[in-house]
Design a protein around this ligand. Structure first.
Ligand SMILES: [Zn+2]
Length: 329
């Protein structure tokens, strides 16, 4: 069980212990300018907390490779991708993304970040259970422009890669960040093999909403009970679609202490949200990929608490994966 220390580095195929694989790169923090409004330290601080915790013995940190251009083109227009690669986005485009002051290392950071998401997704497809990327969930990125701290849409890219290249029949994107997954919704609006489900706060960014396949809209200041009711409804819709893979945008900016949230969800409520998602997917033997999503509490500690809970519970629930398929080959 969780908390036990692995006594051997050897791979023991008879062991029931599953290791939760999490993709992370120091550039997730360092690639953002220190003066940016975005709380870039959250990645570094979260890793530090996880490293010191008892669950860490059942985690494995993987370093991603950079995504290649071809995969970005699954979800994005060529001219946007080319201009990004050549560091030629306009000031207006950079401002809309918001990770300013812009630095050239934003290019590498973005490519590592989407690479991490893709590798976590491939691992989930191959071995089942829960995997994660300790960044991303960049759901405001549209086909031809970035927005709201999002350059490329990792959820859409991974979903399209899964159905077009990995032989997956149906993918569900379960977006429980407080903000609507508008970029994901528009990129995938005509894609029948992917269902987009977004639970979000009505009066919040983006102010011009897109149409997901399913939008579950909450009023400002909705608290745990109402939030969890919407989460359960979203999970019903998700399971009805019979997905072979679920991509979970797990933003914790619905916390009452979040500066950009406008919902009133407690740490306990947020943790229950995660546990309901993990429980449903492991019961149904559906591989799940965690995309970190938003979290902007001031001070950042409250977001870190909730992100810590998220990944610690992912470790625990990953051990509940019992699909026989994991033993094949
Ligand atoms: Zn958000």
């Amino acid at each position: 069980m969780v908390g036990q220390v692995n006594v051997s580095d050897d791979v023991d195929s008879s062991s029931n212990e599953r290791i939760f694989p999490l993709w992370y790169h120091p550039i997730y923090t360092n690639g953002i300018h220190p003066d940016a409004r975005f709380p870039r330290d959250r990645y570094e601080l979260l890793l530090e907390r996880l490293t010191k915790s008892t669950v860490f013995s059942n985690m494995e940190i993987h370093t991603p490779r950079m995504i290649d251009k071809e995969n970005l083109l699954l979800a994005h227009e060529k001219s946007y991708v080319d201009r990004f690669f050549n560091n030629q986005l306009t000031d207006k485009e950079r401002k809309r993304i918001g990770l300013t002051p812009w630095t050239e290392s934003m290019i590498e950071r973005t490519l590592f970040l989407v690479g991490g998401a893709m590798e976590a997704t491939h691992h989930a497809i191959m071995y089942g259970g829960i995997t994660g990327n300790m960044a991303g969930g960049t759901h405001h990125a549209h086909r031809e422009f970035g927005s709201g701290y999002c350059v490329f849409n990792d959820l859409a890219i991974c979903a399209l890669d899964a159905i077009e290249k990995q032989g997956i029949e149906r993918v569900a994107i379960l977006d429980l960040d407080v903000h609507q997954g508008d970029g994901t919704a528009t990129i995938l609006e005509n894609e029948k093999k992917v269902v987009t489900i977004s639970v979000h706060c009505e009066k919040n960014f983006p102010f011009r909403k897109a149409s997901s396949d399913h939008d579950l809209v909450l009023p400002s200041e909705a608290a745990d009970e109402e939030f969890l009711k919407a989460v359960r409804k979203a999970l019903e819709i998700c399971i009805d679609f019979q997905p072979n893979l679920v991509l979970f945008q797990a933003g914790v900016d619905g916390l009452k202490t979040d500066a950009l949230g406008k919902l009133n969800v407690s740490r306990k409520g947020m943790r229950m949200r995660n546990q309901i998602v993990f429980d449903t997917m492991m019961e149904s033997a559906i591989p799940l990929v965690v995309f970190m999503g938003g979290g902007y509490a001031k001070p950042i500690d409250h977001s870190l608490d909730a992100f810590f809970d998220l990944f610690a519970d992912a470790v625990i629930w990953n051990n509940k994966w019992t699909n026989e398929k994991q033993c094949e080959g």
